[in-house]
Design a binder for this molecule. Structure first.
Ligand code: 3HC
Length: 696
């Protein structure tokens, strides 16, 4: 029974039992509405709403969004609660989120387990709390907590919620017993049927200033997103009469629901969860226990990876060639944590605990007992193969041997070992302790067990895993090449660095492509090109400017100049006429005449180049599903979540339009660069979905 109702003495208990997270589906809403109707006229003196399973109601059922509404609506249930003749009490465990927390806020009282959390995460879906949350929270908790809860979307602990008057009692022990006892006590004391709607919010001038400041902050922190500003509009409306405030909330909630940003962010919610799943994995695939992890290379990448595991409480052995090298790595990690302590993110004691999980070594023999070893050495096949030969001779049978390579063939790395079934790629993104994406790369012989284990380990260390097949650059970096190519070509054909980066950033990218190049270091690509033949390097127009910049000592941010000059104190980028001199002379050298390029052309060329390559990756079976590609870009490459990743973007644009534009580029630009992906042509013709595409 999804919702059941039973009397426990004089207390009516409504139990919601709808796995996995008790979301407010139509069945749950109907069940609660019926139970409330029964409780209104039976012998109960009070009503408790409690949930079975791992959590209290985690919100509206997101899978129902966009479908025709079915009564009773959540707001009808909350109205029923507002007018209920019996005292109502929500009993919270797990996470009471969104519409779930709003249901609790409409009860007269709230009791929560100490371990519980409450929150209003709607902003993460491009929405705002649409069931009275924006009006009830300010009346109960005041302005500051309301802004915090609703604009970050982050849940808070029950104890914090109690401090903010959002929860009345925090308990340990059996929640049902505690809730029934509390209800009985309230009835015995003839406690009033408190209602958040009767509270009042009065905004002082200082409060209004605080809202304006928050607006500015959100414009920077959540650039381009509409929901945070609408949330602040709703909070301001909490000063009005409650019903007028609710009307404003409804109006803005509908605006959010109809906003393509929310469609994109809801797509990302499900995409992130789908990405963790491996297609066609036999049900009986066992997982290996990963309790000890070895990391080879104590540089920036290896150190960052070590931090991820150590923070998750997993013992790490960090290896480098010499004691000096490994100690330098440990020092860097220590410095990183000192910054976290200074910023109040971690305590000294927590850092002490984390550092105790990391053991430095310069001896491979110390890796003999590791369950998983991740190699993070220089990006060179021969060096990596040497490392894997050594590991093969030392590591215990069954140990997972992973390479953090960005480009090299996992199969060629595995081929030097006697156990290719134990070898795979685990590609972290820099800085590894911050970036959420982890590409898990399956080699031709990688076993199901190690793939499933790597996907699970990723979640344990707080990463978002995406499975990739083998190709040069895997999913993310392979797609980056045509994107970067078009950026370079736009620069040669007529744009400036500031125009290209500005257009992409205004569109929503966290950072434009040339500024990213400066951040990463232009010398990296330069050195890589030195190993390539002219044919492998491709069109000179795609790299001539980068080469000239490096040759002029402009390596990017680290040398104070690249595509821009950088202020030594603020690191702010500044346009530099010298760069345009380099660009113009490169154009003369290659016989390219410059023209006016519009921002729209820049955005279309870069995004369509990215998505067209993504479609090829999909049709080759390198990515399992289109949404995985979106996860890669949003979690690893600064693609805005509110655009939903490159594949969602072209679906939203209309595949027919996208294909027409790619074909136009094919006829007006270098045709070799604009070979349309077959599935794009097919799906545009059939009208089927790209995001829903599944390769047979
Ligand atoms: N609706 C529908 N399905 C949901 C859901 C929801 N609100 N929340 C979670 N699910 C599904 C997930 O898609 C997943 O499905 P799958 O197993 O098929 O992939 C399953 O439940 C389990 O979810 P997680 O893998 O995320 O489980 P965790 O234990 O890691 O996390 C959670 C649980 C913290 C509840 C997390 O799922 C979560 O944050 N959910 C979203 C909560 C949310 O955003 N609520 C607000 C909804 S909007 C709203 O309420 C509007 C209102 O104001 C009117």
């Amino acid at each position: 029974m999804i919702v059941s109702y039973a009397l426990k003495g004089k207390v009516g208990v409504i139990t919601v039992d709808s796995a996995p997270v008790n979301a407010l589906s139509h069945a749950v809403r109907s069940g609660i509405a019926n139970a409330l109707t029964t409780a209104a006229t039976d012998h109960s003196m009070a009503v408790v709403i409690i949930c079975a399973g791992r959590t209290f109601i985690a919100g509206a059922d997101i899978t129902e969004f966009g479908k025709p509404p079915q009564e009773p609506s959540l707001n009808q249930i909350l109205e029923q609660l507002d007018n209920h003749p019996k005292l109502t009490l929500a009993a919270i465990h797990g996470t009471a989120l969104g519409g779930g927390f709003e249901t609790a806020l409409s009860c007269n009282y709230r009791i929560a387990l100490k371990s519980a959390k409450v929150g209003l995460p709607e902003v993460k879906l491009g929405l705002l709390p649409g069931a009275g949350g924006t009006q009830r929270v300010p009346r109960l908790a005041g302005l500051g907590p309301s802004i915090n809860l609703m604009t970050t979307g982050n849940p808070i602990a029950a104890s914090q919620a109690a401090e903010w008057s959002l929860v009345d009692r925090v308990v340990d022990g059996d929640l049902l017993t505690e809730a029934v006892a509390y209800a009985e006590q309230l009835v015995a004391e003839q406690a009033p049927q408190k209602q958040a709607r009767n509270g009042q919010l009065i905004l002082s001038d200082a409060d209004r200033d605080a809202i304006s400041q928050q607006r500015e902050l959100m414009r920077k922190k959540t650039r381009g997103e509409t929901a945070p500003q609408r949330i602040l509009d709703c909070i301001e409306a909490a000063e009005l009469d409650f019903d007028k405030g609710l009307d404003r909330e409804r109006e803005l909630f509908i605006a959010c629901m109809q906003d393509p940003q929310s469609t994109a962010m809801r797509h990302m919610f499900f995409a992130e969860r789908a990405a963790a799943k491996v297609d066609n994995l036999p049900k009986d695939t066992s997982l290996l226990n990963v309790a000890r992890v070895g990391i080879i290379g104590a540089g920036t990448m290896g150190g960052g990876i070590a931090m991820c595991f150590a923070q998750a409480g997993i013992a790490v052995t960090l290896l480098d060639m010499s004691d000096d090298a490994v100690n330098a790595g440990i020092e860097k990690i220590t410095k990183n944590y000192a910054i976290s302590v200074k910023r109040g993110r971690l305590s000294e004691a927590q850092v002490g605990g984390i550092m105790a999980n990391i053991t430095p070594t310069s001896s491979y023999n110390d890796l003999a007992d590791m369950d998983l070893v991740i190699e993070a050495v220089f990006e060179n096949l021969a060096i990596k193969q040497d490392v894997f030969k050594t590991l093969d001779g030392i590591c215990k049978p069954g140990a997972i041997l992973a390479s953090n390579t960005s480009y090299q063939s996992i199969d060629e790395i595995a081929s030097v070992t006697s156990r290719p079934e134990s070898v795979l790629g685990m590609h972290f993104f820099s800085p590894a302790n911050v970036m959420k994406l982890l590409e898990v790369v399956r080699g031709a012989q990688s076993s199901d067990t190690i793939i499933a284990t790597a996907m699970a380990v990723a979640k344990t260390i707080g990463k978002v895993p995406v499975l990739s097949g083998m190709c040069y650059g895997f999913i993310g970096n392979r797609m980056l090449r045509p994107y970067a190519r078009e950026a370079s070509l736009c620069l040669m054909e007529g744009a400036t660095p500031a125009q290209i980066d500005g257009a992409m950033e205004r569109w929503g990218m966290a950072m434009g492509p040339l500024a990213v190049g400066d951040l990463a270091g232009l010398d990296i690509g330069y050195k890589a090109r030195e190993q390539l033949t002219d044919e492998q390097k491709g069109e000179p127009a795609t790299y001539i400017v980068a080469d000239r910049l490096v040759e002029a000592g402009r390596l990017g941010q680290k040398s104070g100049a690249g595509y821009y000059r950088y202020d030594p104190d603020t690191r702010q980028r500044v346009d530099d006429p010298q760069v345009m001199t380099i660009v113009e002379s490169a154009c003369q050298e290659l016989g390219i005449s410059r023209r006016v390029i519009s921002d729209d052309e820049i955005v279309d060329r870069l995004i369509l180049a990215l998505a067209n390559e993504g479609a090829k990756i999909l049709e080759e079976g390198i990515a399992q599903r289109a949404s995985d590609i979106d996860v890669v870009y949003c979690f690893g490459y600064g693609f805005p979540r509110f655009k939903g990743g490159p594949m969602h973007t072209i679906e939203a644009m209309g595949l027919e339009r996208a294909v027409a534009r790619i074909n136009e580029f094919q006829s007006t630009l270098n045709p070799g660069n604009w070979q349309l992906a077959t599935i794009l042509a097919e799906l545009a013709a059939s009208g089927d979905s790209l995001v829903g595409y599944h390769r047979d």
